[in-house]
Design a protein. Structure first.
Length: 224
């Protein structure tokens, strides 16, 4: 019974924190993309800042890969994370191309404080003191916020402008959805077996991700 109870820890957290989760995946910035009302200056700010975020996200994901290699009993984990790193390589190239389309000079962009705070949080999780289970759960959470957000902009009834669709497909596509599902399955499999201490830490850091994501959208929108 206990196995059954804890089989889907991540899902119980998403339910428990539904309101916070919705705030991250249905933010006014995303709703503005979906209904076409987003300011182009906001979109350009998001693009530039997210490029810097992704550059910092890569070493974090690399740290998750190292932990998977050391701690995981399933080769599948390394395969999924490695595919994630490969996708991030492609994503960085995409940002450079997209930035040209929007006349954003990436080399001139400085990270805003909210972005730096998020990147520092990621860096704190790169420590070898942080367990693989916690890291991979956080990795899933960061990816799924974008997946759910941008998929919403592609659903029936959305009025996403054509020039923003490429961005939405990057994270809102079915393929990215499957990848997030793989990460979620890994997180759930690991969380089933860990100590209460790791569970408590992971739950707390999951909430931090949701808060950082909301702040990141606020910053992009220019609400700060
Ligand atoms: C801020 N969160 C932020 N940027 C991203 N690119 C992702 C999540 C998903 O990759």
């Amino acid at each position: 019974m206990e196995g059954l109870d804890r089989a889907a820890v991540v899902d119980t957290w998403v339910k428990k924190y539904r309101r916070k989760y919705l705030r991250a995946i249905r933010h006014p910035f995303i709703l503005g993309i979906r209904d076409g009302s987003v300011e182009m200056s906001s979109f350009r700010r998001w693009l530039a800042q997210d490029y810097l975020f992704v550059r910092a996200f890569v070493p974090f994901v690399a740290s998750v890969l190292v932990k998977a290699w050391k701690e995981s009993d399933d080769n599948f984990d390394v395969d999924v994370i490695l595919a994630g790193i490969a996708a991030l390589n492609e994503e960085i190239a995409w940002f450079k191309k997209e930035a040209m389309k929007w006349n954003v000079i990436l080399d001139d962009v400085e990270a805003e404080k909210i972005n730096l705070d998020y990147c520092n949080f990621l860096e704190s999780l790169m420590s070898s003191e942080v367990s693989y289970t916690q890291s991979v759960t956080i990795f899933w959470a960061i990816e799924v916020v974008y997946q759910e957000s941008f998929a919403h902009c592609l659903e029936d009834g959305s009025k996403t402008p054509d020039e923003l669709k490429d961005t939405c497909h990057r994270w809102g596509s079915e393929g990215f959805g499957h990848y997030c599902q793989d990460l979620k399955n890994i997180a759930n499999r690991r969380l089933e077996k860990v100590s209460d201490d790791v569970l408590v830490k992971t739950e707390a850091s999951l909430l931090c991700v949701l808060e950082h994501e909301v702040e990141f959208w606020n910053m992009s929108r220019g609400a700060n």
